[in-house]
Design a binder for this molecule. Structure first.
Ligand SMILES: [Zn+2]
Ligand SMILES: [Zn+2]
Length: 178
């Protein structure tokens, strides 16, 4: 879908629907069958445009512990304000409270690019922690075997509670640096 100049948005607002938008591989995930989105564009104060919408898709992710692929249903509502850079530099312009409460995004040109907004929202809606299941035991640190589908052969993973503990410790050790 092409970008829409602010000037083409009618007074009463504009509603858009995107179906199966291909987001490629964004944020280390991909959308199975693309992303469906509904957007509503409205003129805001001082030359801004308010974008409200919702995205929906099935996202293919990779488990942080066992590296298996798995899918989650994503649904995300969002709203943001697009503010052309030229208008942001006008210090005299009055700042409205309702705009303050929303995410403001500065744009070089007064245009709305629905596809890039959807890709951005797709990335934002991805879970920070990606686990194929809450208690995924991960891979054996010794033999590299996927402990949720097969028992460890080297003995260091050993399956059962110790394997889960090992996975937890491994996760924690990754965090200590920061
Ligand atoms: Zn896993
Ligand atoms: Zn092992």
């Amino acid at each position: 879908m092409r970008a829409i100049p602010f000037s083409e948005i009618p007074e009463q607002g504009l509603e858009l629907e995107l179906h199966g938008l291909d987001v490629g591989e964004a944020g280390g995930a991909e959308a199975d069958g693309g992303v469906d989105a509904e957007l509503r564009l409205d003129h805001g104060p001082d030359g801004r445009v308010l974008v409200r919408g919702r995205i929906r898709c099935r996202a293919g992710l990779r488990c942080d512990r066992c590296l298996d692929s798995f899918a989650v249903e994503l649904r995300q509502d969002f709203s943001l304000v697009l503010e052309p850079v030229s208008c942001a530099r006008g210090f005299g312009s009055e700042y409205h409270l309702e705009a303050d409460e929303l995410e403001v995004e500065f744009v070089e040109q007064p245009v709305v690019d629905p596809a890039s907004i959807v890709v951005q929202q797709f990335i934002l809606s991805l879970p920070a922690k990606r686990l194929c299941r809450e208690d995924c035991p991960g891979l054996c640190p010794g033999c590299g075997r996927d402990l949720k589908s097969a028992a460890c052969e080297c003995g260091s993973g050993a399956g059962g509670p110790f394997a889960a503990l090992a996975a937890l410790l491994r996760d924690d050790s990754g965090k200590q640096g920061g």
